[in-house]
Design a protein around this ligand. Structure first.
Ligand SMILES: NC(=O)c1ccc[n+]([C@@H]2O[C@H](COP(=O)([O-])OP(=O)(O)OC[C@H]3O[C@@H](n4cnc5c(N)ncnc54)[C@H](O)[C@@H]3O)[C@@H](O)[C@H]2O)c1
Length: 495
């Protein structure tokens, strides 16, 4: 089973395959005979952990071994333990030791953990990275690296004190379309970059999902400008080979939440989606056995509701993030970016235009052209899986088909479309290639010409924009990244 995507995210582009194009899929040497596997522990056994668990027990089992779980919720740890037992054909649960969040140090010591994979809510990343490193482990951490300037300093201090490794898993870099745009810019054919225009739209399924659980509170996720946009800001830093210096932001909560629902006359809303029929805003956990097992069956431990209504804000669960965000960002070498993120679009995808001194490159991606509703009034997450439905026909016949186009046009020349190589796996073909780099980096044949492998400095440069944007929203003024107190000068020194 593949667990790579957020369950509400659009499914991988149809162009992905099991093989992949040699232009974007690196080659790796065989594992030297007798070399011991590295010992991995997973901290945070929610949805995203599945991608790493699958990788360690599947394609990378020859270099990696799972040795422990750590989570606040025993049911979620038990879910994965049973799944690993099934995957490995053990005839029962794997029986890996389980630890609570206070016992990260004990786990690393007792289980001789080499690498801790951190897949917990964003606000906990910095502390867990530092604790795992202090205990003697390297770390693989999901984006965003951290949500605040204080978290950035914690990580910088920890890396300096321990010399331990931090691998940032920026999977979007590995999507072949994004890698190809990097090649175009790095080749110099559009000249020096002068400005970037970047618009990302999240649809009423995937975008809505950030308003259902911990992400909806700024203190947990750093807002979508950190949680989600750090992917996008990392892409820009990497495409341009540059770092952000100044950010001005304007944003608002204009669609989700109780006040907006009342203003649009949506009436009384349920607290949660499970059990609600005929409402496209409701997310019913019983429709997906995996989500039911991970969240519904686990909520008696911690009260974590995965399916909160996007318009209901009961006490203690107010929405404090925005759903419409616009930024102006300056970069060290002189380019400016205009960026916007919308979280309630009828379709999902992005458009990025890079203006240069010799021409322009434009990447347009439709990840889901339409959100369709089935005859029971439920959202269809994957229309291609139900070809007989009216919904699937609508998606197939629509005028906004899923796809990706990279157009390059030099001054005085006609526009040309660049072929985008075939990737493997989810996230536009990025996840599977990323995982090769995470687990087999030391076996890579040849260098990393696109510089896709990312470390903590890249993670900091990506969250710097969102952290500065949050400060700009608070103060109403443009914010210099150098004034944030990240504990490091961006762009100085190796990643
Ligand atoms: N790169 C991507 O495309 C991508 C996609 C999805 C999620 N993510 C990232 O992965 C992370 C996890 O997201 P998710 O959707 O799986 O969230 P989730 O809520 O489903 O899972 C988080 C897990 O962490 C546990 N947890 C909470 N606090 C903890 C603590 N202090 N110590 C140990 N465990 C703790 C929770 O009980 C839960 O099991 C987030 O940082 C998110 O940004 C990245």
């Amino acid at each position: 089973m593949s667990h790579d995507q957020n369950p509400t995210a659009p499914r991988p582009a149809s162009a992905t395959s099991a093989q992949g194009d040699p232009a974007v899929v690196p080659r790796f040497a065989p594992v030297p005979a007798g070399r011991p596997r590295r010992r991995y522990a997973v901290v945070g056994t929610g949805h995203r952990a599945g991608m790493y668990v699958d990788a360690i027990t599947g394609p990378h089992a020859d270099v990696a071994e799972l040795v422990a779980w750590c989570d606040t919720n025993p049911t979620r740890m038990a879910y994965y333990d049973a799944e690993v037992g099934r995957t490995l054909g053990l005839g029962g649960p794997a029986g890996l030791p389980m630890y609570g969040p206070d016992a990260v140090e004990a786990m690393v010591a007792e289980q001789h953990v080499d690498v801790v994979v951190v897949t917990t809510p964003d606000v906990t990343h910095a502390g867990l990275v530092a604790r795992a490193q202090a205990a003697g482990a390297d770390v693989v951490v999901e984006k965003p690296l951290t949500t605040t300037a204080a978290g950035a300093r914690t990580i910088v201090d920890s890396v300096r004190a321990t010399g331990r490794d931090v691998v940032m898993t920026f999977n979007y870099r590995y999507a072949p379309r994004n890698s190809t745009l990097r090649e175009v810019i790095a080749s110099g054919e559009i000249g020096d970059v002068t400005s970037v225009h970047f618009e990302w739209v999240l649809d009423t399924v995937h975008g809505a999902d950030y308003f259902r659980r911990w992400h909806r509170q700024r203190e947990n996720s750093g807002s979508l400008l950190v949680h989600k946009s750090s992917h996008h800001f990392d892409l820009v830093n990497w495409w341009l080979g540059d770092v952000p210096t100044r950010v001005y932001a304007s944003a608002g909560l204009r669609f989700y939440g109780a006040a907006n629902a009342a203003a649009r006359g949506l009436g009384e809303r349920p607290v949660r989606g499970t059990g609600v029929a005929g409402d496209p805003w409701s997310f019913d956990l019983t429709a997906d056995p995996r989500l039911a097992a991970l969240y519904l069956d686990a909520e008696h431990h911690d009260g974590y509701l995965r399916d909160r209504d996007v318009f209901a804000e009961p006490d203690g669960h107010a929405i404090t993030i925005d759903d419409n965000m616009s930024l102006v960002v300056d970069y060290a070498r002189g380019a400016t970016m205009s960026y916007s993120l919308n979280a309630h679009s009828p379709w999902e995808g992005y458009t990025v235009a890079i203006n240069g001194t010799r021409g322009r490159a434009e990447l347009s991606v439709v990840e889901r052209g339409v959100v369709v509703i089935d005859e029971r009034g439920h959202v269809v997450l994957d229309p291609s899986a139900t070809p007989e439905t009216q919904a699937a026909k609508l998606a197939a016949e629509g005028i906004r088909p899923e796809g990706e186009h990279l157009i390059v046009q030099k001054h005085w020349e006609a526009a040309t479309e660049r072929p985008i190589p075939v990737g493997v796996g989810g996230h536009g073909g990025g996840d599977a290639i990323l995982l090769m780099d995470v687990f087999r980096r030391d076996l890579r044949i040849g260098d990393d010409p696109l510089g896709r492998a990312a470390g903590y400095r890249d993670g900091l440069a990506a969250v710097a924009v969102g952290i500065a944007a949050n400060e700009s929203l608070r103060t109403g003024a443009a914010v210099r990244v150098a004034d944030l107190g990240l504990g490091i000068e961006l762009g100085a020194g190796p990643a």
